[in-house]
Write a protein that binds this ligand. Structure first.
Ligand code: ADP
Ligand code: MG
Ligand code: MG
Ligand code: MG
Length: 398
């Protein structure tokens, strides 16, 4: 077989690959294949059978990131992604694509084609609303976070999962790009928006209290093996329709603090809010606010209910412990909301919600509102109790 040693596949290689490895396509299938990736790291191919109308996605990991050869990476991340998608499919059925095949040698994962869904960031930029989203994403998070934690899992089994998902290289990317570079005026790859440089220097780089708090949070991210995170849960990792939500791209998965995933969801909804605000769409903005509130409040409600249903750890069965634990998760959520808001504006990896604001004054204003709120999310993280508190923080920054 041509596929007994790794190489980076072209579209025609992918067609040969799926013919050899899968039984999904019939022998007389008329296969075409196109590379459709738009992410930073990997190659994504869509294979379509024109004759019978079925299709699959093949995602292959390269030895460098596709945005820059500067990131040298092993293909280990696609093993992590394939295994985590399969685990998430058990813990939260219907909320991730089905994995058909993981090929260790070729470093690729063949999965369900979700082309009838839209990437949520794109849909939000068109001011589309998704009434089922808060319900779906909170189920996804509660199921995958709580049920992989020591509250529920047998502790030796949980430690084996921790070992399985150490994810050294992708964690390093997060540690650098989220927790370090945006706060320091040296050794960084930051890109400051023209006209906002001085404001960011004085508001972020020169805030010693902020840097102390982010150092604490970084060490918590690295050392708090609480639950198996998705690790990159922004609106570009979510496929959506009016009645379906599918989470993709869990290659950053590892054992870390639960609030990391929840905070990423909330921050990226705030970016959609900031975009809606810059374009004067108050109805859309109100829907985003309601959705953020629901994400926080439904998460807590479902978390408490699932805790009572699934808790196995004796010491965790105390009512006061459950409440303390959830409050810690909420503080981490607020902090990560702040960290994600900052790193996407100051750091290397931007979001379209902000970069597509073409009017320079409006973009500067949007960035300052997000950054001002972000600092409160981080410094006052212990004070957040419910969804309304999250909305109040962004409104105070306006
Ligand atoms: P990366 O890790 O490089 O960010 P993603 O998994 O996010 O890769 O995929 C990049 C893009 O490929 C997505 O934004 C989407 O457009 C497309 N894609 C990924 N998975 C699927 C899928 N299962 N069905 C349809 N399109 C997909
Ligand atoms: Mg992606
Ligand atoms: Mg990506
Ligand atoms: Mg990715």
């Amino acid at each position: 077989s041509r596929f007994s040693a790794y190489f980076l596949m072209s579209s025609s290689d992918v067609i040969e690959f799926v013919k050899e490895k899968l039984t999904i396509f019939k022998s007389d299938a008329e296969l075409t294949c196109k590379e459709i990736g738009d992410g930073n790291l990997n190659y994504v191919f869509r294979v379509v059978d024109a004759k019978y109308g079925n299709s699959v996605i093949v995602k292959q990991a390269g030895h460098t990131a596709r945005i820059s050869d500067e990131f040298k990476l092993s293909t280990e991340r696609i093993r992590i992604e394939s295994n985590v998608l399969q685990l998430q499919d058990q813990l939260s059925p219907g909320l991730v694509p089905t994995v058909y095949l993981f090929d260790e040698v070729m470093g690729c994962c063949v999965m369900e084609d979700l082309s009838d869904h839209t990437i949520m960031r794109t849909a939000l930029l068109n001011n589309e609303k998704f009434p089922a989203f808060a319900d779906h994403i909170t189920t996804f998070m509660v199921q995958n976070l709580l049920l992989t934690s020591d509250v529920v899992m047998e502790h030796k089994e949980k430690k084996r999962l921790v070992q399985n998902y150490i994810n050294t290289e992708l964690c390093e990317i997060t540690e650098d790009l989220v927790y370090t570079e945006p706060f320091y005026d040296q050794n960084n790859r930051n890109e400051l928006t023209s006209g906002n440089e001085e404001w960011i220097r004085s508001t972020i780089y020169n805030d010693e209290e902020l840097k102390l708090e982010t150092a604490k949070l970084k060490f918590s991210f690295m050392n708090h093996a609480q639950a198996l995170l998705h690790g990159d849960l922004h609106t570009g990792s979510i496929f959506i329709t009016k009645n379906s939500t599918k989470v993709i791209d869990p290659e950053f998965a590892f054992y870390g603090p639960m609030g990391y995933d929840i905070g990423n969801v909330v921050a990226n909804l705030f970016f959609a809010w900031a975009n809606g605000r810059a374009h004067g769409n108050s109805e859309f903005r109100a829907w985003i606010e309601k959705t953020i509130e629901q994400v926080i409040d439904l998460f807590q409600e479902k978390f408490l209910a699932q805790w009572d249903k699934h808790v196995t750890e004796l010491t965790a069965k105390q009512q006061a412990f459950k409440e303390w634990y959830l409050q810690e998760v909420l503080s981490d959520t607020a902090a990560v909301t702040g960290l994600e808001l900052i790193r996407r504006i100051v750091g290397l990896a931007k979001v379209k919600d902000i970069t597509s604001i073409t009017d320079s004054d409006l973009r500067i204003e949007a960035e300052r509102i997000c950054l001002t709120a972000a600092i409160s999310f981080i410094k006052k993280r212990s004070a957040f109790k419910n969804g309304k508190d999250f909305i109040a923080t962004i409104k105070e920054a306006e």
